[in-house]
Ligand binder design. Structure first.
Ligand code: PMP
Length: 432
């Protein structure tokens, strides 16, 4: 983290033949309102897809389609091989020990729900506690609240500092004999804060408590090594890392996955079924009931091949540089307030801009340009940003605001796009 470098020219491919990385993403050539070239800065919501991902999926539907794990026929075996190759690619990407630890889901949300539901079923009882934080996405709050309603568990919440970092001193004090699991985001989708996950895991393990890492906003931006983190579960979404929608991953240590019950019942997750007794399939199939989105898995393989061929460290260095550049340039705008820490900051920047003409800069954010107005006007200038609470309402309450404007970067964004954004914000500001 915190790598500063001189505008590493990542979108301009080095030593990989003709063209630029931007040309791999057809949508980036689009004109918005037939006027402005698209500046896409909503990558934390979803990334655009490179040609290789879409082509591989189209090819599979046209030439290789068959259901997996079912048929003895050629196409089905080929589809199964492709699906299992995808699992091996994810294992390599996360540096998991075994493919038995890689479960395909529909995304981060489903992965977290799976853990809350199945781990909760096996190991949590009335009065037991899960530790989450004030900066969680709703998916890592509501999943536990569903368990709360079902089993009477309690949520304990790590507060954040005014700079947007976790209060680790408080975290340590939240553990009790009732603590059963810690479930924390690796990177905040609002503040860009990169949480010290190894430290968080170390502390939890000292109390013999497992940790689920919400990796939705980390996996796309820097190398994740689940063995090095030593986390017990790790969740991420394919669509946020240049892959298709409808596929995500739950990594789980084999020892845990073995001990928790299945999530859904159906085909593929069983060994034998009778009306008297059903036995479940081995890992990871125990957690994959029904026909999986095997074509999306192929898309995910291609997306991971794509980022791995560039190198996660190169992507991290490039995006860190771009984020720091964006923070510097945005800070030059009069009345700009940027949320989140300056240093341990990933590819997400949330901000609000004070209304010109109102002399006092208020701390309650009363006289700031409404995030929705800013987002709508930026859109008219061809810039796609996110506005609102970003599925993190408790964090908004903590910050005393209703929402922010959020820009989030991917490997194809450039300093020129940041300059365009800064000029556009200045233009919007002057309209008020
Ligand atoms: N956690 C975080 C931190 C996120 O940013 C998101 C997506 N905004 C999610 C979870 C949920 O991801 P998905 O919608 O792909 O399941």
């Amino acid at each position: 983290m915190g790598i500063e470098s001189e505008n590493i020219p990542l979108p301009f491919r080095q030593g990989q033949g003709e063209g630029t990385i931007r040309e791999d993403f057809p949508i980036l050539g689009k004109n918005i309102y037939k006027k402005y070239p698209l500046v896409y800065l909503d990558n934390a919501a979803t990334t655009q897809k490179p040609r290789c991902v879409v082509d591989a999926m189209t090819d599979e539907y046209y030439n290789e389609n068959a259901n997996v794990h079912r048929g003895v026929h050629f196409l089905s075996q080929q589809a199964t091989d492709l699906y299992e190759a995808s699992r091996e690619k994810v294992r390599e990407f996360l540096n998991a020990r075994s493919t038995r630890e890689i479960v395909f889901t529909r995304g981060t949300t489903e992965s977290i729900n799976l853990v809350a539901s199945c781990y909760g079923e096996a190991f949590m009882h009335e009065g037991d506690e899960v530790i989450v934080s004030e900066m969680e996405h709703h998916s890592n709050i509501v999943s536990w609240q569903l368990l709360q309603a079902r089993k009477g568990i309690r949520l304990r919440v790590i507060p954040i500092t005014d700079e947007g970092e976790l209060r680790l001193d408080v975290y340590e004090k939240l553990f009790s004999e009732k603590t059963r699991i810690v479930s924390i985001t690796h990177v905040s989708n609002v503040l860009g804060t990169v949480n010290p996950m190894k430290e968080i895991v170390r502390i939890a393990h000292e109390h013999n408590v497992p940790v689920l890492v919400d990796g939705a906003q980390s996996a796309p931006h820097f190398a994740v090594d689940v063995q090095d983190l030593d986390c017990d579960f790790f969740a991420f979404s394919g669509h946020k890392i240049y892959g298709p929608t409808g596929i995500g991953v739950l990594y789980g240590k084999e020892a845990w996955l073995d001990r928790i019950p299945p999530y859904m019942g159906g085909g593929e997750m069983i060994q034998n079924v009778s009306f008297e007794k059903t036995t479940f399939n081995e890992l990871p199939y125990k957690f994959e009931a029904g026909t999986p989105d095997y074509v999306a898995a192929t898309g995910l393989t291609k997306a991971l091949d794509y980022v791995l061929s560039i190198g996660m460290d190169t992507i991290e260095a490039y995006e860190q540089d771009l984020t720091q550049y964006a923070i510097r340039r945005l800070s030059e705008i009069e009345g700009m307030h940027i949320f989140g820490p300056r240093e341990t900051h990933d590819a997400v920047v949330s901000f609000l801009v004070h209304q010109p003409g109102i002399p006092e800069k208020d701390t309650a954010f009363k006289h700031y340009i409404h995030h929705l107005d800013m987002g709508t006007l930026l859109d008219r200038l061809g810039i796609a940003v996110r506005t609102g609470h970003h599925c993190a309402e408790p964090l908004m309450h903590r910050l005393g605001i209703e929402g922010t404007v959020r820009v989030s970067f991917a490997l194809y964004n450039t300093r020129e796009e940041v300059d365009t954004l800064v000029a556009a914000i200045d233009r919007v500001r002057k309209m008020f």
